[in-house]
Design a protein around this ligand. Structure first.
Ligand SMILES: C[S@@+](CC[C@H](N)C(=O)[O-])C[C@H]1O[C@@H](n2cnc3c(N)ncnc32)[C@H](O)[C@@H]1O
Length: 303
């Protein structure tokens, strides 16, 4: 769907430079440095500078925190909530669409929204159909930001579309990957673009430590069916799977079926602790589908 365009998008994104990793390939094998760097003095991150420095001090003698990756974070609700819930972990969020990554950056910075001037919205048609027109909650409607929460210093962003990952992360540098409501690419000729295609699974294997986890949520029956079969064919262990994470579906369910090489359906596990936790931390898309009574598929697999 058409995204709302934000005037001076690049300029607005640049305000959150503290959270953006400009040259991710330079960080390969050294991602902890991206989190230990102190704030460059920009107003928005000044309150995280101390947090960053003290974290760096604290961690000198401690083990490096585990690093988790979300590809296609959209407006960032899921990954910023994960970062908030797990201050002992670190997160890298990847998002190629500037309009939405701006929202994610605002969440990481603890800013509710950039308050825009009237002509700032150039094109309407927000992806989720809601009018998220910026809330003029401040006294001064032309104020640039409204600080509403503590900035997060355990999250960084790659503001680009990624295709390869082995050039960005070292083998074993990532402990877990989240894919939430990934673009379905329904046409067969576009199958390789699906983030659960074996081409991407090969990339994930290059950067994950053995035994690491991938969690995948989707509203799309066909993409989920494709993905579960792809996981199985790739030799990943399906640890948990549910076709209705939130138990909201009233109509008939299309159950996911995975078959072995002989075409015989394999027994799939049900939901467990992972599903229960995942149901608590939702994405913008997930909220929208759940409110509409559409089931959300979830699975957790081990590499
Ligand atoms: C359907 S949206 C879902 C957003 C969010 N995860 C949610 O559930 O609300 C998929 C997002 O993934 C992003 N995306 C798709 N492929 C990507 C890639 N290879 N690298 C970075 N972002 C990607 C798109 O720009 C889009 O914002």
């Amino acid at each position: 769907m058409r995204q709302r365009k934000v005037k001076n998008e690049e300029e607005k994104i640049a305000r959150y430079n503290h959270w953006i990793v400009e040259e991710p390939t330079d960080r390969k094998g050294r991602w902890s440095e991206a989190f230990d760097e102190a704030c460059d003095g920009a107003a928005l991150c000044s309150s995280t500078a101390g947090a960053g420095a003290s974290m760096g001090e604290r961690e000198k003698d401690a083990a490096t925190p585990e690093l988790y990756l979300e590809i296609g974070c959209g407006k960032g609700k899921f990954i910023t909530e994960m970062a908030r819930r797990h201050p002992d972990r670190r997160y890298v969020a990847v998002e190629g669409a500037g309009t939405v990554v701006l929202r994610a950056l605002e969440k990481a910075a603890g800013v509710r929204a950039t308050i825009l001037e009237d002509d700032d919205v150039l094109a309407d048609g927000d992806d989720d159909g809601r009018d998220e027109r910026y809330e003029h909650v401040g006294r001064d409607e032309r104020a640039e930001e409204l600080i509403v929460g503590e900035p997060l210093n355990n999250i960084r962003f790659i503001t680009d579309y990624v295709q390869t990952l082995g050039d960005i992360f070292e083998k074993g540098e990532i402990r877990g990957i989240y894919l939430n409501f990934s673009d379905p690419w329904p046409k067969e000729r576009h199958a390789k673009r699906r983030l659960t295609h074996r081409k991407y699974l090969t990339e994930y294997r290059k950067i994950l430590s053995p035994g690491s986890i991938l969690e995948f949520k989707s509203d799309n029956d066909d993409l989920f069916q494709f993905s579960a079969q792809e996981f199985y064919n790739f030799g990943l262990e399906i640890l948990e799977l549910t076709d209705d994470l939130h138990g909201v579906l009233t109509g008939p369910l299309v159950p996911t079926v995975v078959t072995d090489q002989q075409g015989t359906p394999v027994k799939l596990p049900g939901p467990g602790e992972g599903a229960a936790l995942s149901a608590q931390v939702t994405t913008e898309y997930e909220d929208r589908f759940t409110e509409a009574g559409k089931n959300v598929h979830y699975c957790r697999v081990r590499f």
